[in-house]
Design a protein around this ligand. Structure first.
Ligand SMILES: *Cc1c(COP(=O)(O)O)cnc(C)c1O
Length: 359
């Protein structure tokens, strides 16, 4: 055989970032390890949810319902949104990919704040579209005026992540109203509310009401965070009918398993119990933030289940040191660390470590 050339990739692959999943750390000298790097809920699933999962396991020889009919119905009733306007997918990352593939192709543009959710650039690049990243303001908030100015005839979608991952701040209703009044209505605006259940700021955007009041707005939500189902991969979109329909078409067929669907439905049924946990996380967040503030850190208030510590060029050092205390946090080199509000002993260790990083 003559000299061989490797199978060739699409040119986009050369610039495709790899998703950095939160690391798991090992116990150190008998110190139990804690993972505060993926914004999961630290509680185990509710027994009632596990029971629904076990029950559904008896049917895994069958393909699931590709339309997740029961889940869509439950969501429709809960939010008073017609089922035609709802689409599900394998986590809201999956749904996010379905959305971009439905609206943006080669040469189109997708706008979002930066830094924000790291799946946006990956998904946009895979679609062949162009990433338009509008820097957050100095205090870590969305620069909606800047995002508005970035809109061109090629813009097909705009993501507004609120509360923002990884900085934790929110966009207010007033800000989004002003933005939507000026934005062209043929551009889809997606409000990513992965952490909405952890928000307690009354001025924050009401995504669903905003979606109902605007023909070009959709919301993206997940069962991975407040509902504690990160391992099952189920999320959903609610928005304009034609977009929801397209988002169903771009889904990987049978992506949402029956196990995931029944767990999601059971979680909606046991929301009161789950949201008590959310309240506990918020109480812990308040405590954690005040401990860090007392040390001298200037924190922008978080409305999510994580706290952003802007450590700048000491970020990597902090990440390394946190491995030494068997706690994994999520570093963004040169910028800061995102710490999930998890178990108290882990947060206490982080506070001890943070004392050495006050400047
Ligand atoms: C965690 C997260 C999601 C949800 O991810 P899943 O795929 O549903 O697990 C979506 N958006 C943001 C901003 C997130 O941080």
């Amino acid at each position: 055989m003559s000299e061989s050339i490797n199978p060739q990739l699409r040119p986009e692959m050369a610039k495709l970032p790899t998703y950095k999943a939160g690391k798991k750390v090992e116990p150190v000298n008998g110190l139990p390890a804690y993972k505060l790097s993926s914004n999961e809920i630290a509680h185990s699933p509710l027994p009632s949810v596990v029971a629904a999962i076990v029950d559904a396991a008896n049917e895994i020889n069958r393909y699931p319902d590709p339309f997740t009919t029961k889940l869509n119905q439950a969501l429709s009733e809960k939010f008073n949104v017609p089922v035609e306007q709802i689409a599900t997918g394998t986590g809201s990352v999956g749904v996010c990919q379905q959305i971009i593939q439905a609206v943006a192709g080669a040469d189109d543009e997708v706008i979002y704040a930066w830094r924000s959710f790291e799946a946006y650039p990956i998904i946009t690049t895979i679609a062949g579209a162009k990433n338009i990243q509008v820097p957050l303001t100095a205090d870590g908030q969305h620069d909606l005026a800047g995002m508005l100015a970035a809109i061109t005839p090629k813009t097909r979608a705009i993501f507004v992540c609120t509360p923002n991952n990884p900085t934790g701040g929110i966009v207010t209703q007033e800000q989004i109203n002003e933005f939507l009044a000026a934005a062209p209505t043929d551009v889809l605006v997606v409000i990513d509310e992965a952490y909405v259940e952890f928000n307690r700021d009354v001025n924050a955007i009401d995504g669903i009401a905003t979606m109902k009041a605007n023909s070009n707005v959709g919301v993206l939500r997940t069962f991975s965070k407040a509902y504690g189902l990160a391992g099952l991969r189920v999320g959903y979109f609610m928005g304009p009918k034609n977009i929801a329909e397209a988002v169903r078409k771009t889904a990987v067929p049978f992506g949402v398993s029956n196990i995931a669907q029944v767990a999601a439905v059971a979680s909606l049924e046991h929301e009161t119990e789950l949201f008590k946990r959310v309240d506990e996380v918020i109480a812990e967040r308040t405590w954690f933030e005040s401990e860090l503030s007392n040390l001298g850190f200037k924190l922008a208030p978080s409305q999510a289940n994580f706290v952003w510590l802007p450590l700048g060029d000491r970020t990597e050092e902090f990440a390394l040191r946190s491995e030494g205390i068997a706690v994994s946090i999520r570093p963004f080199p040169g910028e800061g660390v995102r710490i999930s509000v998890g178990e108290r002993p882990a947060l206490e260790r982080v506070i001890e470590l943070a004392k050495e990083f006050v400047f």
